[in-house]
Design a protein around this ligand. Structure first.
Ligand code: TMP
Length: 223
């Protein structure tokens, strides 16, 4: 958990590729800034200079470049750098950190879909970061074919994960939903096939419901 004594809050967006995480993260960040909340918007893998270098190793090249264990080790090297250099200091300053993907992605991509043992991943997490977890995680849930359609229209060159087989992608969606069922207090599932404005509303509603004390003074204006 993000340190409850630190004034900031740690919000993560998760989901399959093409679910709209980046769009919704940016939208939430803009709304919060407009209403006086200082925000640090970031992403994984990446978010700090060292972690962005590791990202480049992870997201380019052929799918067989790394096995799930190597991916997990690279991801946790990146995540630790990101945590100590950017996220933890931002939370301590009282900022709200909005992060596009975090540890749930590793448990789902390398664990549920990649076949790594969840207990080993948990040990890796505990070793690298200790008891760190987001205050609220928004899972943008989308059927795999819809995600694929959206991803196909992009040309980022970062397609190592996106070129995986369809059954891998099906395991991703199920893996995220399984995590949400296991941790309903932290993970809010939102239908990502709705219009972006509706999704943004749903995200704010979930934050109000889950962080009532932090959000009590927020206006009800549209995001
Ligand atoms: P992005 O496209 O959301 O920026 O993420 C890049 C890819 O990295 C995406 O296909 C998911 C993958 N990924 C993992 O496999 N494990 C992780 O822990 C993270 C953060 C991302």
């Amino acid at each position: 958990m993000a340190d409850r004594n630190a004034p900031g809050r740690f919000i993560t967006f998760e989901g399959i590729d093409g679910a709209g995480k980046s769009t919704q993260g940016r939208r939430l960040a803009r709304w919060l800034e407009q209403h006086g909340v200082s925000v640090c918007l970031t992403r994984e893998p990446g978010g700090s200079p060292g972690a962005e270098q590791i990202r480049n190793l992870l997201v380019t090249g052929p799918a067989e470049r790394w096995d799930p264990w190597c991916e997990a080790l690279l991801l946790y090297a990146a995540r630790r750098d990101h945590w100590i250099r950017l996220i933890e200091p931002a939370l301590a300053r009282g900022q709200w950190v909005i992060c596009d993907r975090f540890a749930d992605s590793t448990f789902v991509y390398q664990g549920s879909a990649g076949g790594m043992c969840m207990a080993m991943l948990q040990r890796l997490h505990d070793l690298a970061l200790g008891p760190v977890r987001p205050d609220v995680t928004v899972l943008l849930d989308l059927p795999v074919p819809r995600g694929l359609e959206r991803v196909r229209d992009r040309a980022t060159g970062e397609d190592r994960f996106e070129n995986r087989a369809r059954d891998y992608l099906d395991r991703l969606r199920k893996g995220f939903l399984d995590r949400a069922r296991a941790e309903p207090d932290r993970i809010a599932v939102i239908d990502a096939s709705a219009a972006p404005g509706e999704i943004a509303h749903a995200v704010l509603d979930e934050l109000r419901a889950r962080l009532p004390r932090d959000t009590a003074s927020w206006p009800t204006t549209a995001p």
